[in-house]
Design a protein around this ligand. Sequence first.
Ligand SMILES: [Zn+2]
Ligand SMILES: [Zn+2]
Length: 316
Amino acid sequence: MRLLLVLFLVTLSACTEPPASIQQGALASTAYLMVLGIGQDGGAPQAGSHLDPRWTDRDNAHDATSLGLVNPATGQRWMFEATPDFREQWYALDTQAGLREKRVPDGIFLTHAHIGHYTGLMFLGHESVGAQGVPVFTFPKMATFLSENGPWSQLVKYGNILLSPLREDEAVPLADNLSVTPFLVPHRQEFSEVAGYIINGPNKRVGFIPDIDSWEEWDSTGMGLDAFLNAVDLAYLDATFYADGEIAGRDMSGFPHPFLTHTMSRLSESSAQTKAKVVFIHLNHTNPALYPNSPEVQAIQNAGFRVATPGEIVDI
Ligand SMILES: [Zn+2]
Ligand SMILES: [Zn+2]
């Protein structure tokens, strides 16, 4: 009889309670970040790589890099980047945070105009969600790029998105004790500037630099990696390529990204505490560190760093 009662209660709660993934976010009390993707712009597997086993091994497939930010106190949620995988990523964040009537993010922070970082905006247009006034935070050149080139200009014209120009090092307040500070990083500036962000929570500051040409160039033109790591508690950093030679038959010496091995050796003399702040993200489909059981991931961990995990949550 007691067993029957237990079964009844279990069945009842299964019917009336939201799935655990939704409940977890709804019950959280502090603001948090959620990693929504760790891949480079083209994702993994990449278009045209039809022999890549990840077409059927979906556990090892990856969406383009994006972070979600949730403030449980107000129910608001923001995204960093609007990737080609926006649909799935917004679903993951919104169900984690707790479903609500509003169908779109409360704001989107973009870094730059390369395809993995902004093209997901298209889903806010009238062919899809038909959003109204979603704030999109960008530096001025990126705002001009979006407002002067179709199809993005249509999103601006129809008011699906509301461009909110950023100013370097000027924090955007999102709530009490929650703000986002943009800064400029050196990266191929083909259509726009390139932004990095610091997300300032009540307890933690988290940095986000998914794309940068080189740490050395940043040393000479801006804050630089060492000062940056001093200023944050955690930093999601560009790890596009693991090492030279990764793409067979290509001279990679001129590739505009710091190799992951270079970042590790550059920080080899840093304290264990500083190394533990570094989380690698934005991995190209060729990067062996996309495989959690690879020797490369082991080497990264042995050196005191780690690779971001899709779905990981960081209270801030
Ligand atoms: Zn990128
Ligand atoms: Zn880029």
